[in-house]
Design a protein. Structure first.
Length: 355
């Protein structure tokens, strides 16, 4: 992680500026939002995660969208001050989008969001194996209802950090951490940077044999990519009569990128290029001093070049949430443990992430 932060600080002047602000106190304008950091936020939530690995051809051929097959999960969220944890169980076939015929996905996904007063960050750690093809080409590629690829595996590792320039009036915590209440409409520009490493591999070519004439990168069965560069964006929350709110966050990453591709025959090619990636957040809900009901979505989209200029890849993930949270007294044990963690993080010099 230290190496990743060092790369970001070197290549991303916006992130360097954010780090330079570490430790500086930003006064909160309580006329715009209230924070309840000493309350326990507790409540149920529904979570749906989806990851897609797509292969596109610029000549208009059918895009191949390989998707994970994971059910909606029902869980519980518990938060106090800077720490929020959640646990969930899959609903299986109760989710109409989840079908056993789509194959089994093995996933090890750890996506941590840092939602601070003046920092918005994403830590990416995703490993998915087992995909099915969304959409049904004509003629069909398999005798069953879905074309499945249990051999395809994708990985994404990295970090994206943005500085919130107007953290005194705009709260990213209200729609996504649930410990704050945005009382008036407000927004902020964002600056920062990111570093992303990812790869995809299969036992055979990603493109099915029947469709290979349509894709110039058809023989590829392994690719990896690296991206780094600055980020700029904007976030805004619209508030109606203090309680009803809608939040939108858009950030664009201007990354330098490298792609390495290998074919089933063992040939290898490498290409450097420019990649404008995209990160989106949205939320809609109702907020009060004691409780909050909110639906939200977080989407990260990486646009990956191929060595064949008439083709490209996409690797993106979407997370949908519906949550109902109550803010209640925290007692003594939880504040003691969380405050100990805050002191330890402050000692390491990263306390500015927790404000």
């Amino acid at each position: 992680m230290n190496k990743i932060i060092a790369v970001l600080l070197f290549f991303c002047p916006g992130l360097y500026a954010a780090a330079q602000e570490a430790g500086r106190h930003i006064a909160q304008d309580t006329g715009y939002y209230q924070r309840y950091s000493h309350k326990l936020t507790l409540g149920p939530l529904l979570v749906k995660k989806n990851s897609v690995y797509a292969i596109r051809s610029k000549d208009g051929a059918l895009p191949l969208r390989y998707s994970t097959n994971s059910p909606t999960r029902l869980g519980l969220s518990i938060g106090y001050d800077w720490l929020t944890v959640s646990g969930s169980v899959g609903l299986g076939t109760l989710d109409p989008d989840y079908k056993k015929e789509k194959g089994k996905t093995k996933a090890a996904n750890f996506q941590m969001a840092i939602n601070g007063k003046y920092v918005l960050g994403d830590l990416h750690f995703q490993v998915n194996k087992g995909f099915y093809l969304r959409g049904r080409p004509d003629p069909p590629l398999a005798p069953g209802a879905y074309y499945t690829r249990p051999d395809i595996q994708t990985q994404i590792f990295g970090v994206t950090i943005r500085k919130i320039l107007k953290g005194d009036r705009f709260s990213i915590k209200a729609p996504f951490v649930y410990d704050s209440w945005q009382l008036r409409s407000a927004g902020s520009f964002l600056i920062g940077g990111e570093f992303i490493y990812g790869n995809a591999k299969g036992d055979s070519a990603f493109v099915p044999a029947l469709l290979q004439p349509l894709f110039p990168n058809a023989p590829v069965n392994y690719m990896r990519y690296m991206m780094f560069g600055p980020t700029a964006g904007y976030a805004h929350t619209f508030v109606i009569k203090k309680h009803l709110f809608a939040t939108g966050v858009v950030s664009v990453n201007g990354d330098a990128a490298q792609t390495v591709e290998k074919t089933v025959a063992g040939a290898q090619q490498t290409r450097w290029y420019f990649s404008p990636n995209l990160s989106l957040r949205g939320a809609f809900g109702y907020n009060t001093e004691k409780w909050e009901l909110v639906a939200s979505v977080i989407s990260n989209r990486f646009f990956i070049g191929s060595n064949e200029k008439d083709a490209n890849y996409q690797n993106y993930s979407d997370q949908f949430r519906l949550a109902y949270l109550r803010r209640i007294p925290a007692g003594k044990t939880i504040p003691t443990v969380v405050n100990w963690g805050r002191r330890a993080i402050n000692t390491l010099g990263f306390g500015w992430l927790l404000d």
